[in-house]
Design a protein around this ligand. Sequence first.
Ligand code: HEC
Ligand code: HEC
Length: 483
Amino acid sequence: MSLRTCYGKVTDACSNERVRNEGAETRARNWARLLMPSLRWAWTVVLAGTVFAVASEGERRADPQRGREALLTRAYLPVAWSEQTYQNVWKVWGLSERPADFEERFRQRYGLHQAPYPNDGLPMGLRYTRGLLGRGITVDCLLCHGGSLFGQSIIGLGNASLDMQALFEEMFEAQGIKRATPFPFTQVRGTTEGAMMAVYLFRIRDEELRLVPPQNFALTPYLCEDAPAWWLLKKKKTMYHTGSTDARSVRSIMQFLLNPLNGPDHIKSLEPTFADVHAYICGLEPPKYPLAIDQKLAEKGRLLFEKHCARCHGTYGPNGAYPNRIIPLKEIGTDPLRAQAIPKEAKQLYARSWFGQERDSRGRPLIFQEEVGYQAPPLDGVWATAPYFHNGSVPTVYHVLNSKARPRIFTRSFRTGAEDYDTVRLGWKYQELDGAPGPDVPAIERRKVYDTSQPGRSNAGHTYGDNLSDEERFAIIEYLKTL
Ligand code: HEC
Ligand code: HEC
């Protein structure tokens, strides 16, 4: 067996050893740009308020509390929809009047969760912001990185319910713009085309993030990605499903800001803010399993886990160690597309760009690494993060441990209550289907079905539990509940 540990030298995500922002120099440039009379930059004036806020903060260490505030009280993308659009979107649901439980239906239709912080009545992932034409609504990181379980919203839990495609299409339709998104955001509910979206946005930027005509990158929008739980970042040396990036990188978590209306200087000026957000993410803890755990069975499971699983997933408890292994595709055997689909030209541009120029305090690049397979993630709080694998192709931990029993085509409620959760197999209750719905079924319903025969959606591989007995699998599952 060939295991690759690529990153012996780097320190882990939260060691605060990353070089601080370019500080004063960048800010001086920001002001110069802002004062430039050129029309091309005129719109940056709109952003002056934000730039000023950052400029006045001065040189500083990353701070998790400030990061929390930055994440939960500020918008980083321009207004997408008017307030009225939100209030009227039920009209495109085929209803004749506004339902009394509009807010709840809105959350359920698009897979959003109540905000566990003040958010003016909007669900997690949406927020009010001000634009040229007044107050409007935009999206934020928690659209994909905020979920819920048993009626409790959890910041940092990947959103396993989201239909980002429906949200965007229907909100734009309610705003009078009836057209498909320029690029698919979601092929299957509960997943997004996260990495390919970044490539899409990067197509119109040069090294310094200036807008350029679209470059000809091949797009493969079939990744169906499950967003990793944020609380795992602090253990990692490398992040993203493929372990392509040093986990200390701040700039890489800013890719989502590449909306064409965000200018290069504005994006760069937010680096200290996102250093704070990174510090906040690094402080998050996994949610505790809320039901009873059979401790004797869990102890049996621990021994089995240490024998069969720990070499990749690490050990836990006070002396636990996480090996940060990246397992090559032919060894792990899960769907290869995510590791293969990002075009070489896009990676090269990324590496040459402002993102790729990030350095740690010793001047070493936090670069985009070769993608050879998938990182074996830490399993803290894994009970809460179904569905499993980077493409969300497996509904429960039991099925991770028994590749032959995995459902081929399945659907689920996309709700997150106690009645939707399978406490025995650990994960989502699901319903297996004989076939995938045809083109006559509306797209919003088709996206509720996970068809593992489609590109990017294979549920094969990771056969490390196949030789265990069910008794052993359930012991390991019991142990995983304690992490
Ligand atoms: C459209 C959904 C979406 C949005 C919005 C989004 N992310 Fe993500 N995020 C993802 C997906 C999907 C991944 C996994 C990408 C991969 O590895 O290919 C990810 C990965 C990450 C990771 C790495 C986690 C790990 O352990 O490897 C961090 C950190 C992160 N995002 C932070 C952010 C921040 C901060 C924002 C807001 C600025 C944000 N994300 C916005 C979908 C999203
Ligand atoms: C050879 C290394 C290796 C071994 C051994 C191994 N795993 Fe994994 N495991 C991985 C990798 C790599 C992934 C990610 C695969 C992907 O997303 O495509 C993974 C994914 C998982 C996941 C899904 C995590 C998530 O959040 O999606 C679980 C659960 C898991 N493994 C449990 C186990 C258990 C339990 C064992 C022991 C029976 C085990 N693994 C043995 C490498 C390994």
